[in-house]
Design a protein around this ligand. Structure first.
Ligand code: FAD
Ligand code: SIN
Length: 514
């Protein structure tokens, strides 16, 4: 089946929804999304959105904190756009009905690691993402020319005369394969946490957009930088549910399995040190005490405060017999966010004409080597809006699209679960929190073995992203932010003050900072 529309958006998280709402002012928009509409990383966001809106905050301080967290690799122009335009887009979100938490009619701001001010807006305590998705879906539904197709898994981008002209997708319920053509396509497929055996990300986060863009010829950047969240719940048979950084922001303490506080031994910022430092400290304590987790301790905080401030975390832990007002919470790190992705400029353009991108799927240069907590919802919002404006402006007077692309194999199109586990175990073991040349080479050999078997497009997409991470991690012979090499434990600004760049048919290379 094939059809045409004006604009295509792939993904219905914060970036995709904001882009679709923007595009709907000038044409028909089709949003394709892999699962049900609300299923995305955005939906599960807990801590909140960082934005310099409080009386004691300044845009410049948000800028400095973001640059500091990025460990030398942020593109300053992109960070400027984020922090300067963030407030206007957050105010717009509030006008659209997003209910951030308030006290006496004033917005309340919380603190998270590496922020010099209380600047994180949150909603319903720890259900910020769900509230944002609710209000944005309501807004998108008001626009009569946005059509949202759920259970539509995009598998590849159609390229004609070196321009993206549409996508191939499969309806996972009817198993029907379709092509859809558009004047502009905005990729907003989110992250790739599911490439790792332990992750806070939902099932849909397999990095498809990065692979599709790369295989279509777009440049990909900084794939070695993966953020591991220090505190995911670690209880047998429970999901790796996130225990928000805001919990430490409100005073939660980390103790090892022998009940000893340890963060001061690793960093003077203690529990509020950057995530990579806290994650490695936890791994070191787990090894030292021969325990599969450490604990997060909130028992010194008032029980009513905990229940009111973190209702979702309280209820979820209770389901697994952990009453966080009285019990220590077993936690360990899990893959959380990929800083790298499809390279875009600050207007949302990828290097492939006709293809725009926004949100976690991208590498805008905003996060550098390590994302500052709660900056990604803001990034999705600001750059989703900007990508829509660019796509609108650049999609007038285009040559006619001829029929292109091929029907997809519809039988056995999903990844085999055994192969999926094999990939995610390899990635956790060899391309995780600590890496080395030997381990990364082992991972690459095994990924190449899997890729050499007859595989479907879904498997190919997952392996492609895994290989991009492993190859970039092998390339960068230093440690910085979310990339730690045991064989190169120091930061090396002389050689590596640059991005890594991967493009189909080219050797991996460096890209100077913008
Ligand atoms: P997503 O919200 O992940 O949306 C991606 C969309 O693309 C989904 O709809 C998905 O189904 C769809 N999709 C994927 N592949 C395909 C395909 N092949 N075809 C069609 N559709 C596809 N960040 C913060 O700033 N603050 C927080 O408090 C915070 N908390 C977090 C808590 C958790 C548990 C997690 C996992 C992440 C958190 N983050 C937080 C990170 C943040 O949520 C994400 O980076 C951000 O929401 C990404 O938005 P996005 O729109 O780019 O992608
Ligand atoms: C959290 O609530 O700890 C997640 C915040 C983020 O990933 O930005």
């Amino acid at each position: 089946m094939k059809r045409e529309t004006d604009f295509l958006v792939i993904g219905s998280g914060i970036a995709g929804l904001r882009a679709a709402i923007g595009l709907s002012q000038s044409g028909n928009v089709v949003v394709l999304t892999k699962d049900k509409l609300g299923e995305s990383n955005t939906e599960y966001a807990q801590g909140g959105v960082a934005v310099a809106l409080s009386d004691d905050d300044q845009i410049n301080l948000h800028f400095q904190d973001t640059i500091e967290a990025g460990a030398g690799l942020c593109d300053e122009s992109a960070v400027r756009v984020l922090v300067e335009q963030g407030p206007q887009y957050i105010k717009e979100l509030i006008e659209w009905g997003t209910e951030f938490d308030t006290e006496n009619g004033e917005l309340v701001f919380t603190k998270e690691a590496a922020h010099s001010r209380r600047r994180i807006l949150h909603a319903h305590g720890d259900s910020t993402g769900r509230e944002i998705v609710r209000s944005m879906l309501a807004r998108a539904r008001q626009a009569k020319n946005i059509e949202m197709l759920s259970h539509a898994t995009t598998l590849s981008i159609i390229v004609q005369d070196e321009r993206a002209v549409g996508v191939c997708y499969i309806d996972s319920e009817t198993k029907q394969s379709s092509r859809i053509y558009a004047r502009a396509t905005i990729l907003a497929t989110g992250g790739a946490g599911q490439l790792y055996a332990h992750t806070t990300n939902p099932d849909v986060a397999t990095g498809d957009g990065i692979s599709m863009a790369y295989l279509a010829g777009a440049a990909v950047c900084d794939m070695e930088f993966v953020q591991f969240h220090p505190t995911a719940l670690n209880i047998p048979n429970a999901p790796r549910f996130l225990i928000s950084e805001a919990v430490r922001g409100e005073g939660g303490r980390l103790v090892n399995s022998q009940g000893q506080k340890f963060m001061a031994n690793y960093d003077q910022r203690e529990e509020l040190a950057p995530r990579d430092i806290v994650s490695r400290a936890i791994v070191a304590e787990m090894l030292k005490t021969d325990a599969p987790y450490v604990y997060l301790d909130l028992t010194h905080l008032s029980a009513s405060f905990i229940r009111q401030r973190f209702p979702k975390i309280f209820a979820t832990c209770l389901k697994y017999n952990c009453d966080i007002t009285k019990d220590l919470i077993p936690v360990s790190p899990a893959a959380h966010y990929v800083m790298g992705g499809v390279r875009t400029d600050t207007e949302g353009r990828t290097s492939l004409p006709g293809l725009y991108a926004a949100g976690e799927v991208t590498s805008t240069g905003v996060h550098g080597a390590n994302r500052l907590a709660s900056n990604s919802l803001l990034e999705g919002l600001v750059f989703g809006a900007r990508a829509a404006i660019t796509a609108l402006n650049e999609s007038l007077n285009l040559p006619e699209i001829r029929e292109a692309g091929r029907e997809l194999q519809t039988e056995n199109w999903q990844i085999n679960q055994q192969v999926r586990s094999e990939i995610s175990n390899l990635m956790w073991l060899y391309a995780g929190i600590k890496r080395s040349k030997d381990g990364l080479e082992k991972a690459l050999t095994k990924l190449n073995d899997i890729a050499s078997q007859p595989i479907n497009q879904t498997t190919k997409n997952m392996i492609t992203v895994a290989k991009l991470i492993v190859q970039a991690a092998l390339f960068r012979t230093e440690s910085r932010g979310g990339h730690f090499r045991e064989d190169y434990p120091q930061r090396d600004d002389k050689t590596w003050h640059c991005h890594s760049l991967q493009k189909l048919g080219h050797e991996i290379s460096i890209l100077e900072l913008a």
